[in-house]
Design a protein around this ligand. Structure first.
Ligand SMILES: NC(=O)c1ccc[n+]([C@@H]2O[C@H](COP(=O)([O-])OP(=O)(O)OC[C@H]3O[C@@H](n4cnc5c(N)ncnc54)[C@H](O)[C@@H]3O)[C@@H](O)[C@H]2O)c1
Length: 330
């Protein structure tokens, strides 16, 4: 059965010049789609993860500009002085490879964020929305985990780099009067995804329709949020907040990896596919994988925001959307 599709609409930022870093990527291209109708958009993306396929249709539009460059080089630009708001999504988004080379997280996510903030300071750009992550909490002993949980003990260099990014934003807010809204995302899924568990399972089953390799023991449980709810709630929350703040984004429920595998196999019509679990360290998918991530989202809902999809529905819709984009593999 197909999950009913809903279009998320929010009161949009209006008539602003918005700089979206990482705007060619998964969440970034959905953000472009949400904001481009009523604002002037500049996307900065070095295309290190994906080409420009998801923003190509905007390239000829008058209110849209694409700069193929690294966020660290923005400081040298003299033509980006009239930006009103930065939506900072550019990052090394590959959590899995941290243990093989943590320097990538440092360079893109820590130094990159610092350089972006320096560009903002020098050009009087006063507002930033930042994509942080539930990984800052590490293996929280309190579930669901609220924003004021501590101490933070990330178990991946990715989580550590997001924690550093948050700290630079709050300190720049204090020093220079910027307003930052820091969003700790659960797992975001949906259209234009280029990585993550759903994308991996589909790709693997397209290659081998009989057997699906599942990293870990399949009991890893996380909260999934649809990308439309993610970008919609970011704008909704930022427009209603008066000062720098931190907020969890996700759903109340969680979905297990094995359940996702069943959903993918079922929607691909592969009812007899066998699941082979790699086991992993304590059943984790990889070193640095948090086994259970469940965010307390009361603060989000107290702003009047309601997600259109719960965790399971987000996964179902995302599987359908990803299959439409990747082909059914038949
Ligand atoms: N997808 C999720 O579930 C999730 C969860 C938590 C946090 N996040 C964060 O949300 C943001 C967007 O994630 P996504 O899933 O869309 O990932 P993505 O990889 O699709 O998008 C990131 C984009 O940033 C670009 N980029 C990377 N380093 C850059 C640099 N130094 N300069 C310029 N561009 C650069 C990449 O080319 C890519 O297009 C990231 O900051 C990520 O860490 C995502």
């Amino acid at each position: 059965m197909r999950t009913k599709r809903i279009t998320v609409r929010v009161k949009l930022l209006n008539g602003k010049h918005i700089l979206i870093t990482g705007g060619a990527g998964f969440i970034g291209s959905n953000m472009v789609e949400m904001l481009a109708e009523t604002n002037r958009i500049t996307v900065v993306d070095n295309l290190s993860n994906v080409d420009d396929r998801y923003i190509r249709r905007y390239l000829s539009k008058k209110n849209f500009r694409f700069l193929k460059e690294d966020i660290s080089s923005l400081q040298e630009r003299t033509d980006l002085r009239d930006v009103d708001v930065v939506v900072h999504l550019a990052a090394n988004s590959d959590v899995r490879n941290g243990s093989n080379g943590p320097e990538v997280d440092f360079r893109n996510n820590v130094a990159g964020t610092f350089n972006l903030l320096e560009y903002m300071r020098k050009n009087d750009v006063g507002e930033i929305l930042f994509a942080s992550s539930s990984t800052v909490y590490g293996e929280a002993s309190l579930l669901p985990t609220p924003e004021n949980y501590g101490p933070y003990m990330p178990i991946s260099s990715y989580g550590a780099s997001k924690m550093a990014g948050e700290g630079f934003i709050t300190s720049y807010s204090h020093y220079y009067g910027m307003r930052g809204t820091i969003f700790r995302f659960a797992n975001i899924v949906g259209k234009n995804s280029t990585h993550g568990v759903i994308f991996d399972f589909i790709r693997k089953l397209q290659k081998n329709r009989e057997e699906l390799e599942i990293l870990g023991d399949g009991t890893q449980r996380k909260s999934y949020m649809h990308v439309q709810d993610c970008v919609g709630s970011m704008i909704h929350v930022h427009e209603r907040s008066a000062k720098t703040d931190i907020i969890n984004l996700g759903n109340r429920e969680t979905t297990s990896v094995t359940k996702i595998a069943h959903t993918v196999a079922e929607k691909m019509g592969l009812h007899d596919a066998k699941f082979r679990y790699t086991g992993g360290l304590d059943g984790r998918g990889w070193a640095g994988d948090v086994k259970v991530a469940q965010l307390d989202v009361n603060k989000l809902f107290s702003t009047g925001w309601a997600n259109k999809y719960n965790s399971d529905q987000s996964v179902e819709v995302a599987v359908e959307e990803t299959l439409e984009q990747m082909g059914k593999g038949k």
